[in-house]
Write a protein that binds this ligand. Sequence first.
Ligand code: SAH
Length: 243
Amino acid sequence: MKTTLLPPNKDPMGQAIADYFNRGKAAKLRVFSSQFDEDEIPVDQLFRSYDDMPALEQKALQLAKGKILDCGAGSGCHTLALQAMGKEVQAIDISPLSVEVMLKRGIKQAFQVNLFDEHYLEKFDTILMLMNGSGIIGKLENMPAYFAKMKQLLNPDGCIYMDSSDLRYLFEDEDGSFLIDLAGDYYGEIDFQMQYKQMKGDAFDWLYIDFQTLSHYASENGFTAELIAEGEHYDYLACLKIK
Ligand code: SAH
């Protein structure tokens, strides 16, 4: 489990966010993966307003209460929406350029912190992990470390709202048969690398997880998982609570 921060010269998404914030437009934010063809993240979507957010994200923001942590906050879109609702929220991100933009956008509490830093020890009533928030966990083998950290950060009655997608549709044949090697790695374990202009970041692990697998790991690690809502394309919002 990585506990480090990004240096400013290896922060392509942060650079894209900074460009978009400072100039109102950005170049292509390119995404590479050994498992997929090259793709692109539309930078304007990282600045989505409440009205432009998918229903699952709106639902999570409505349910968020008490002291809230927006984990991996990016440009701070969810934090800003929560602040506008009058809620108390702290944003963290490993990206130095994103944190700089969040502060410039008027976010009251934005810190460059890695969620898994052992020195990061505050208590929250709600923890938000949105836009495939399970990604930060990286790999299934990190689940015990993830839930141990959540136990430290979450108040006893608190709740983690996490969204993710079941990637099985990418591997399913038209007749419904499954093209996955069941003895291999879990099909939601993806490696990514991003590039913005000439700046390339290091490759990183990003976990997509289906609800059943998430429930299994939650239960093994002293948590319960509740399915709050399902989206239109194998995506869902879950609430994780300490048992
Ligand atoms: N939640 C935002 C951004 C999603 S992109 C949105 O919905 O628009 C994921 C973000 O998580 C990136 O900004 C990345 O820098 C951050 N991140 C990745 N690993 C992290 C970690 N271990 N701790 C904190 N932030 C992390």
